[in-house]
Design a protein around this ligand. Structure first.
Ligand SMILES: [Zn+2]
Length: 378
């Protein structure tokens, strides 16, 4: 049985490789060189000769480098998926539509997708409202997306951190964009949105450290992240990536997108901190791509660098994207948060929580950890 599994996995690997080689559509959408949008891009300090750069650690994925990783993804188990479906609730849109104009509420849809009520506005981050990711074929750990997209209310703003498939999903954008008033993306990512049918006039592209004022009294800034972008094997770093500061009249929050740990967190904290709430990536790390995805202990440190008050770890517990166990991010970040005195926010998928003094931290993932496997590994 095991050799059959290995054989079928090898066939899948070969099919994935063949598919990537022949499918020219697996690439980032970019503007033509004569497009008016290119003027700002060419002037960006992060852009040179057709690609974008981090301040340091310019990770370059290529086809040959990725082959051993693909092998590990197929043949390494390591408790990557939970044995039981993780808890989730159906989203109650009454709570979201009836939020007060001075409230901060958060509804985690899974991974990096959040529905945020902030000071009377509804903001979506990296919306991926599908049960499976393109090409990866893995299902969510917590059942189906906890609502139907038709039931979404009017959305004031969607922010997109970068063009990776687990952050920018074509079916989601194609379906929801008529209900969305405005989109903000890093430079060049707007081309992808336009391909998905979003009218250009609804998209604002920002460079790192660029700010805009929306709805008269909201400041949105795109801030650096140490990451990369691609939608295929041959299109690395053609579009920018980033993190966001969102400041309303009563609350200030930070959304990391994907990022390795860097001194940028301190710089962002110095310029925009303190933050009432930070959404920080915590999951999908590996020593081979450590500069692009931080370890959980670094997530806790980044929160302190940002001068954050409450930390919500995200980018975990939803999709199978790395080789660590599904619970490793939360076990480690909880330990780090305890030792550093950081308050964690840990909603289950679909639950709407209000960020106030009554917020409690539930370690709901602990009962779902398969203790037998945990002990046998020691
Ligand atoms: Zn990414």
């Amino acid at each position: 049985m095991k050799s059959f599994m290995k054989l079928s996995s090898m066939v899948i690997l070969l099919l994935i490789v063949a598919g990537m080689l022949v499918n020219q559509s697996c690439s980032s959408a970019i503007y033509n060189s004569g497009d008016t949008k290119m003027e700002k891009i060419k002037n960006s300090a992060q852009y040179k000769d057709g690609v974008f750069y981090n301040y340091k650690d310019n990770y370059d994925i290529n086809f040959i480098k990725s082959l051993p990783m693909m092998w590990d993804f197929l043949f390494t188990d390591n408790d990557r998926k939970p044995d039981v479906e993780l808890p989730a609730k159906k989203v109650d849109f009454n709570q979201i539509e009836n939020a007060q104009s001075d409230e901060l509420k958060v509804t985690w849809v899974g991974h990096s997708s959040q529905i945020i009520n902030i000071d009377g506005k509804i903001i979506l981050t990296d919306p991926v409202f599908e049960n499976k990711l393109a090409f990866m074929g893995n299902s969510r750990y917590n059942g189906d997306v906890p609502f139907n997209m038709e039931d979404l209310p009017e959305i004031d703003l969607v922010i997109v951190s970068h063009n990776h498939y687990d952050h920018l999903n074509s079916t989601t954008i194609e379906t929801i964009h008529p209900k969305v008033k405005h989109f903000i993306t890093p430079l060049m990512v707007g081309a992808e949105l336009e391909n998905m049918g979003v009218p250009r006039k609804k998209i604002t592209e920002l460079d790192w450290w660029e700010e805009i004022i929306l709805f008269d009294e909201f400041l949105i800034a795109l801030t650096p992240a140490q990451h990369f972008s691609n939608r295929g094997m041959f299109d690395g770093r053609e579009t920018l990536w980033g993190s966001y500061v969102i400041q309303g009249p009563y609350h200030k929050i930070y959304f990391s997108g994907d990022s390795g740990y860097s001194e940028s967190f301190k710089h962002i904290g110095d310029k925009y901190g303190p933050f009432d709430y930070t959404f920080l990536e915590c999951g999908a790390y590996d020593e081979r791509w450590h500069s692009m995805h931080m370890y959980p202990e670094e997530t806790a440190q980044a929160h302190l660098d940002l001068k954050g008050e409450i930390l919500q770890p995200m980018h975990w517990g939803t999709f199978d994207l790395a080789l660590h166990s599904w619970y490793d991010p939360m076990v480690r970040v909880s330990k780090a948060a305890d030792s550093l005195g950081i308050k964690l926010s840990t909603p289950i998928v679909g639950e709407t929580i209000t960020i106030d003094n009554n917020l409690t931290t539930e370690r709901w993932w602990e009962p779902a950890i398969n203790k037998e496997k945990l002990i046998s590994k020691k």
